[in-house]
Design a protein around this ligand. Structure first.
Ligand code: HEM
Length: 236
C-alpha cells in the first residue's frame, strides 16, 4: 500500500468524496444541531416561570463576560456544524443529480413522504428563519432590544420576546418556520439511520415514530411561545 493511501487526511478526504461520507457528516452535524434546538427550547420554556426574572437571569448567565470563552466556542462549533451540514447536503444533491441526469419519467413511482420531498426547501427556509431570528432577538436589528439598567450583558429577554411576538407577522413567520423545522427534523432524524445503512423492518417504523414524537414535541414547545403571547397568556 502506498504511503499516501494510509495518510489519515487522504483517507478522510476519500471517505468524504463518496456519498456515504457526506451522509455521515450530515448525520453527525444534524445530531449536534438537534441537541442545540432541544437545549435552546428547554432554556426558552423558562419564560413560563411564575417569575419573569427567571429567563432574564438565565440570559445574564449566558452573557456574563466570564462565560464568553465557552459561549464563543459553542457558537463556533455550531456555526461549523451548520456550514458542514449545508455544504454536504448541496454536494450530495449535486452528486445525485449528476448520477441521474434524465430524472424519473413518473415521479409517483418513488414513494416519498411529504417531509422527504420538502427537505430541499424546508432546509433553506429554516436557514432563513435562523438569520431573521438572530437579527431579531440577538442583534436587535428588527426591533431595538431592551436590556436591564442599560447593560447589554443583561438583556431583558422576557420583554424582548413578548414585544416581538405581539407582531402577528413575526409570530406567523415563527410558527410557519417551526412547522417546517418539525418536518425537516422528522425526516432528518429517522432517515439518517437509513443513510448510514442502519435499516431493519422491525426498527425502522419505531425510529420513524420516535422521530415524529420528538419533532412534534419540539414544534409544540416552540410554537407555544408566540401563541401564548398572541393570546395574552404571556404579557408584560
Ligand atoms: C419560539 C421559539 C424561540 C424563541 C422564543 C427563541 C428565543 C431566543 C432568544 C431570546 C435568543 C437570544 C438569546 C440571548 O441573546 O440571550 C435566541 C437566540 C438564538 N436562537 Fe432562538 N428562539 C426560538 C427558536 C429557535 C429555533 C427553532 C432555533 C434554531 C433552529 C433558534 C436558534 C437560535 C440561535 C442560533 C440564537 C443565537 C444564539 C447566540 O447568540 O449564540 N431559536 N433565541
Amino acid at each position: 500500500m502506498s504511503a499516501i493511501a494510509i495518510n489519515p487526511i487522504y483517507r478522510a478526504v476519500r471517505f468524504y468524496e463518496a456519498p456515504i461520507g457526506k451522509k455521515v457528516v450530515m448525520a453527525v452535524t444534524g445530531v449536534m444541531l438537534v441537541g442545540y434546538v432541544i437545549g435552546h427550547l428547554l432554556g426558552n420554556l423558562q419564560i413560563y416561570s411564575a417569575n419573569p426574572e427567571q429567563i432574564n437571569r438565565y440570559a445574564a448567565f449566558l452573557h456574563n463576560p466570564a462565560s464568553a470563552i465557552p459561549l464563543w466556542a459553542i457558537r463556533g462549533v455550531l456555526l461549523l456544524a451548520v456550514v458542514l451540514h449545508v455544504t454536504a447536503s448541496v454536494q450530495l444533491w449535486l452528486q445525485n443529480r449528476a448520477a441521474r441526469p434524465i430524472g424519473y419519467v413518473k415521479k409517483d413511482d418513488v414513494p416519498a413522504s411529504y417531509a422527504a420531498r420538502t427537505m430541499l426547501w424546508s432546509g433553506p427556509i429554516v436557514g432563513a428563519f435562523i438569520v431573521f431570528h438572530v437579527l431579531h432577538l440577538t442583534v436587535g436589528a428588527v426591533l431595538p432590544l431592551e436590556d436591564i439598567n442599560g447593560n447589554p450583558n443583561t438583556p431583558n429577554v422576557y420583554e424582548n420576546v413578548i414585544l416581538g411576538f405581539q407582531n402577528p407577522w413575526v409570530s406567523g413567520f415563527y410558527i410557519l418556520a417551526m412547522i417546517l423545522l418539525c418536518m425537516h427534523l422528522y425526516h432528518g432524524m429517522w432517515s439518517m439511520f437509513q443513510s448510514v445503512g442502519i435499516s431493519h423492518p422491525r426498527y425502522t417504523p419505531k425510529l420513524k415514530t420516535g422521530a415524529a414524537i420528538l419533532a412534534i414535541l419540539i414544534a409544540i414547545g416552540n410554537c407555544s411561545i408566540p401563541i401564548a403571547v398572541m393570546t395574552g397568556l404571556l404579557h408584560l
